[in-house]
Design a protein around this ligand. Structure first.
Ligand SMILES: [Zn+2]
Length: 478
């Protein structure tokens, strides 16, 4: 039975949860955003693509969504358990000889450019932490008044032992939480307590006055304050990378629920790591890759989007340049097929509204495509349906070009791969050329150079010029 509604895995309950349209209001979605002291690495971008996919599937289902993604522009430490850790914003500002505001502006703009290149849907709001410090102070005051927070010389801490459910999301138990390396501010009542407000000490940049003295917010309080401010005290789905479940999201639950007195977030969805060289990506590990690096090598950013769709969100996968180039070849092939099919459909290309696709065949394919996505975002299965339609094989055998082109365009609203790009930009491939390009890609992969040369000549006769570069093959059609 294929689901008619999106089901995802809820980390909180360790079971499937349905994301459906709430009565009388849009579905409230919060996605933890970038910390803007450096470029986002492609592991971060994988998480942002997950949130985008959820939004696109919901839109495909006709569910109206109010989507918020924060921008962390103050105070996120390398490891919140290291209370003496340095503020990365300040660290970057010092290294680059710029103010924290300049650093934040620069990397916020860089993130938004990355988001546009990856076809991430624009958010309804992108709150910046520095613009919501007032709301954070109010929230901390509320927590202190209810006995959940205490003031010390180095910070205002959340007293986790006043919130017995602390640890439910991540499966940690308070009794088993061990002191981490350097977790010991002598002022904490319990080593698992976390900072809501840190005292500025000698710091002048990025600090605010507060009832507890001059200082700056802890990272976790930012997301509680901004989600409560922008989405209210009921959030239907909250997304983030798996490494945020603890302590960030665990602490967010404690803060928000202790303040308002009830459950705030229904469904927590966590995306797995993208590995590089078999390890989690980080600057210190030296395996840090950002979208700029890939673009400099001539890679299409949307090939990275496709690469992410080729794996399920709850599975880790290892990023390699070869895999990216493979995804790029596949993307080029899909675009070429879409262009060919559109050209074969005649000048009156079919509209992409569902009523133009009445046949059982297209309905069956549509059900398979949606059903795969509804099944905890089984994107590899959804892509198999896409490839069948592109190739006119399997369930799509016998389906005419116009209907296949219409299906691909409709599904592209969910995939976000710009499949119609070649058709729209002119220079569409002549009929049959994409198969020759595929065969030539295969020949090159098998190092069959004579065959590759023959296919190049054949393509040239069709008016398709092929250029082999260090990162793959590109073509232009006359
Ligand atoms: Zn967050």
């Amino acid at each position: 039975m294929l689901g008619r509604m999106l089901e995802v895995t809820n980390t909180l309950t360790r079971s499937r949860a349905r994301l459906t349209a709430p009565a009388g209001r849009p579905l409230a979605l919060y996605s933890c955003g970038p910390t803007v002291y450096r470029y986002a690495h492609i592991g971060n971008l994988r998480t942002f693509l997950l949130a985008d996919l959820v939004r696109r599937v919901l839109a495909h289902d006709g569910v109206e969504v109010n989507a918020v993604q924060n921008i962390t522009d103050v105070g996120h430490l390398a490891d919140d358990r290291l209370d003496h850790g340095q503020d990365k914003m300040l660290l970057s500002a010092g290294l680059e000889g710029r103010s924290t505001e300049e650093i934040a502006e620069f990397y916020t703009a860089a993130y938004l450019a990355d988001a546009a290149r990856l076809n991430l849907l624009p958010y309804d709001a992108h709150p910046r932490a520095t613009e919501h410090v007032g709301a954070m102070l109010q929230l901390i005051a509320r927590l202190e008044a209810k006995g959940h927070a205490y003031d010390t010389p180095d910070a205002v801490y959340f007293d986790v032992r006043t919130f017995p459910a602390y640890g439910r999301l991540s499966g940690n138990r308070l009794s088993e939480l061990r002191p981490g390396a350097g977790s010991g501010s002598p002022h904490k009542r319990f080593h698992g307590d976390f900072a809501l407000w840190r005292k500025a000490g000698g710091r002048r940049d990025a600090a605010w006055d507060s009832p507890w003295g001059r200082g700056f917010p802890g990272w976790h309080i930012e997301c509680s304050a901004m989600s409560l401010a922008l989405l209210g005290d009921h959030v239907d789905v909250h997304l983030g990378g798996v490494d945020l479940a603890f302590p960030h999201h665990e602490s967010e639950i404690a803060q928000s629920e202790a303040a308002v007195g009830h459950r705030v977030v229904d469904v927590w969805v966590h995306g797995e790591h993208l590995l590089s060289d078999g390890r989690k990506m980080s600057k210190s590990a030296g395996n840090f890759v950002d979208l700029r690096t890939l673009a400099d090598r001539g890679a299409d950013p949307l090939a990275f989007r496709l690469l992410c769709l080729q794996a399920r969100y709850r599975a880790q996968f290892n990023f390699t340049l070869d895999a990216l180039l493979g995804a790029e070849r596949t993307l080029r092939r899909l675009r070429a097929r879409t262009a060919e099919l559109a050209a074969a459909s005649g000048p009156a290309a079919p509209a992409s509204s569902p009523c133009d696709l009445p046949e059982a065949l297209t309905a069956g394919l549509g059900t398979r495509f949606s059903g795969a996505l509804h099944d905890d975002l089984d994107t590899p299965a959804a892509l198999r349906v896409v490839h069948e339609v592109a190739a006119g094989e399997g369930d799509a055998a016998g389906l005419d070009a116009a209907r296949r082109a219409a299906l691909l365009r409709r599904w592209d609203a969910v995939l976000g791969l710009d499949l119609a790009r070649d058709a729209a930009g002119g220079g569409a491939l002549p009929a049959g050329a994409s198969q020759l390009l595929e065969r030539r890609d295969r020949a090159r992969a098998e190092r069959d150079w004579p065959a590759a040369d023959r296919l190049r000549t054949a393509l040239a006769r069709m008016g398709v010029a092929v250029v082999d570069g260090p990162d793959g093959t590109t073509w232009t059609a006359r």
